[in-house]
Design a protein around this ligand. Structure first.
Ligand code: HEM
Length: 71
């Protein structure tokens, strides 16, 4: 939460904006889980998200599902 909030852009995008961008997209949970662990760049702006290697695959899936559920 140093980088993200549910409804406001901080360093990274607001989770509600991520949820609406991927709403209904195929395999979006798996896609986001991969980005949470490996990092992401160039989708929301110049700042990259660093990898989060300590997040397990199972937790990344849970986090991705939660992000996609945020309204
Ligand atoms: C486990 C913790 C984290 C979760 C669950 C998370 C989740 C996400 C998600 C779902 C995205 C959207 C990816 C996309 O649309 O391609 C994202 C992007 C981003 N996150 Fe995180 N994030 C985490 C930690 C962080 C941290 C620690 C930082 C800052 C150091 C950060 C900064 C960013 C930035 C800058 C982006 C935009 C990257 C781009 O434009 O592709 N995130 N994050």
């Amino acid at each position: 939460m140093a980088c993200h909030s549910v409804d406001k852009k901080l360093v990274g995008p607001a989770f509600k904006d991520v949820a609406s961008k991927y709403a209904g997209a195929k395999d979006s949970q798996a896609l986001l889980a991969g980005k949470i662990r490996k990092g992401s760049s160039g989708v929301w702006g110049p700042l990259p998200m660093p990898p989060n290697p300590r997040v397990s695959e199972a937790d990344a899936q849970k986090l991705a599902a939660w992000v996609l559920s945020v309204k």
